[in-house]
Design a protein around this ligand. Structure first.
Ligand SMILES: *Cc1c(COP(=O)(O)O)cnc(C)c1O
Length: 461
């Protein structure tokens, strides 16, 4: 399916060379009431928002505006980029930095949330501005953008942090940077030996597909392995221009994924989502994440219940190709990171048996082996394979027996109840686990044989 462009209606005097020139598109973006009223029948609510002070920045490329049905105030593309006065309505729990990204930034613009990968913000500018932007606290504001000094600090942090193997460029939109600057940033990160993967999150292929030129793809190819996630929310955004941009990128060897945001009145429908993922995989774009809308100032009217996302996954998994089903994600308010949420397929369990259901409601049992021995890695070998950084094992650390519990930082103070040390509490050793079924850590210099009497492993003794 492709949406008929309204270019003929409003831009018939613009010659093709200009229309397909990304610089022309960028410098002719629409942002005032007058410019937008030229191409759309503006509603009262839209006018009010556009005239308001302190509104999150508005800018729309002529290309993207041409995909809107000018007579439909509920057009799904229009709702994403034209503000309404509902943006000014506060809601319970809204925050400026709902993912606590700034708190997770060792240097400005570098969010190190997960053990082995970082989000690197390289600009605050975009080709057009999504009204539900999770980073509206900085995005669109040229005075918030990152300086050369901050970029050097980001590079310095990466160089001295060998646990980082994956760098994700975002912003803002990295693909609106001047081509030379973009290549400089990419090549500086690529020169760091422990960085294995570079990726970009960009909505430029959607807002400004003409920016994805052969030259851009030739440049990117020099820095493989290089991955890209684009951001398509509705099938109306899929045009021959976007398909060509994706084709150029995939031919350059860039694996493409799609991240979309679940938005009320835009794509909160199983049927729209099914059509969207089908159109994406036809362009060789793999649906990656579908996000629950963040608790961000200005985005309240886009929020859905979390159950809508679960319902969408229920409507996709099993009903269509497995690679067309994204993960539905709630990005944890307060900075807990991405949490996958999905329907339950495990109905019940007993020792030796699991009861499962499929997408049709067919209920089955899986009988587990009664002689299964988990592959046990010898302690020395395990020590070499385990993450070297302390404190980042999470729930896996509980399963592997390195920790027995995870407790809130304030737990000990709260449960001390204002009491002091007394005779029963005097011995701190008392609260160490006496053993939880795992071999003790090797003492430095000890041999494996000497310390290995505990593991009963099938193939490794
Ligand atoms: C989303 C995100 C990443 C990348 O997460 P993946 O699940 O690996 O795609 C990394 N860092 C931050 C801070 C993020 O928000």
């Amino acid at each position: 399916m492709t949406t008929p462009s309204r270019r003929a209606l409003f831009y018939k005097d613009v010659p093709d060379e200009k229309w397909s020139d990304w610089r022309w598109q960028m410098s002719n973006r629409l942002n005032t009431v007058a410019e937008l009223a030229n191409v759309l029948e503006l509603t009262e609510s839209e006018r009010k928002a556009l005239e308001a002070k302190n509104l999150f920045r508005v800018d729309v490329t002529p290309y993207f505006a041409s995909l809107i049905d000018p007579n439909d105030p509920y057009d799904p593309i229009r709702r994403q980029i034209i503000p309404t006065d509902r943006e000014m309505v506060p809601f319970t729990s809204m925050m400026e930095d709902s993912l606590a990204e700034d708190r997770h930034s060792p240097v400005p613009g570098l969010v190190h949330r997960y053990p082995d990968r970082v989000l690197m913000l390289v600009t605050t500018q975009c080709a057009s501005y999504c009204r539900y932007c999770t980073r509206s606290r900085i995005v669109g504001d040229p005075s918030q953008t990152f300086s050369r000094k901050e970029f050097e600090a980001q590079i310095d942090y990466l160089e001295r942090t060998p646990q980082v193997r994956d760098v994700l460029f975002s912003g803002g939109d990295p693909l609106v940077l001047a081509p030379k600057l973009l290549e400089e940033i990419i090549s500086r990160v690529r020169a760091i030996p422990h960085i294995e993967i570079i990726r970009i999150g960009s909505r430029v292929p959607v807002f400004l597909p003409m920016r994805v030129t052969e030259e851009l793809c030739d440049m990117i190819q020099k820095y493989h392995p290089f991955w890209m996630n684009i951001h398509v929310n509705h099938p109306n955004e899929i045009t021959p221009e976007l398909a060509q941009a994706c084709d150029r990128l995939t031919r350059a060897g860039v694996p493409l994924g799609n991240q979309s945001v679940l938005l009320a009145g835009v794509n909160d429908s199983v049927h729209i989502q099914r059509q969207l993922v089908h159109e994406l995989v036809k362009m060789r774009v793999r649906p990656y994440y579908l996000y629950q809308c963040d608790l961000v100032d200005g985005a309240g009217h886009f929020r859905t219940s979390v159950s809508k996302g679960i319902e969408i996954i229920e409507g996709l998994r099993g009903h269509t190709s497995g690679f067309a089903v994204p993960h539905f994600i709630v990005d944890a308010p307060g900075g807990g990171g991405k949490i996958p949420v999905m329907p339950n397929y495990v109905l019940s369990q007993a020792p030796g048996k699991v009861v499962l259901r499929n997408y049709e409601g067919f209920v089955t049992t899986y009988t587990e082996p009664d002689d299964y021995n988990p592959h046990a890695v010898a302690p020395l070998e395990e020590k070499a394979l385990r993450r070297p950084e302390p404190g980042q094992e999470g729930v896996l650390g509980l399963l592997e027996g390195h920790d027995m519990f995870i407790k809130p930082q304030t737990f000990d103070d709260v449960h001390d109840r204002g009491g002091g040390k007394h005779r029963l509490k005097a011995n701190d050793q008392k609260w160490k686990p006496l053993g939880i079924g795992q071999p003790p850590d090797l003492i430095e210099g000890e041999t494996r044989e000497a310390s290995l009497p505990l593991i009963d492993s099938g193939d490794r003794k």
